[in-house]
Design a protein around this ligand. Structure first.
Ligand SMILES: [Zn+2]
Length: 145
């Protein structure tokens, strides 16, 4: 019942020996199951920038943001930098969840993802929870476009 083709739907660019850790893989499957979702029909491209300057040029995001998702493309800071900070798996999982939730109303995306990943201190979580009815599949369905 799990989407066995998921790994082929994630297309790494500029990343040698790209691997999904068990943490990322298992949590993706768990989320799909919790949310009653299947993987998007459109694959996602994961691009590793060569350095922080390139990351900033492409995303305009400050360096405490490890990755960005938009329109089926994930742009990551250099993976060795993310790994040194100890955030690589969580950044990749976070961005892949944006992909899985590509049709969810934008205003709930961050809050839902932070909530699901247990980052309850983020202000976006309060906003999400103020509208969340406790039923993840129906919430997603009701706010999908
Ligand atoms: Zn995000």
């Amino acid at each position: 019942m799990f989407p066995l083709t998921l790994k082929s739907e994630i297309i790494p660019v500029n990343i040698e020996n790209f691997e999904l850790s068990n943490y990322v893989w298992n949590n993706l499957l768990k989320f799909l199951n919790n949310a009653s979702l299947t993987i998007p029909a459109t694959p996602v491209i994961v691009y590793q920038t060569n350095n922080l300057e390139e990351f900033y040029q492409l995303t305009n995001k400050p360096y405490h943001v490890g990755g960005v998702y938009k329109d089926f493309i994930i742009i990551l800071q250099p993976i060795n930098i993310l790994k040194k900070k100890g955030v690589y798996d969580r950044v990749l999982l976070h961005e892949l969840l944006h992909w899985i939730l590509y049709g969810l109303n934008e205003k709930y995306q961050e809050g839902l993802i932070y909530w699901w990943m247990g980052e309850y201190d983020k202000k976006e979580v309060d906003y999400f929870l103020s509208d969340f009815n406790g039923d993840l599949p129906s919430f997603i369905l009701n706010h999908w476009h």
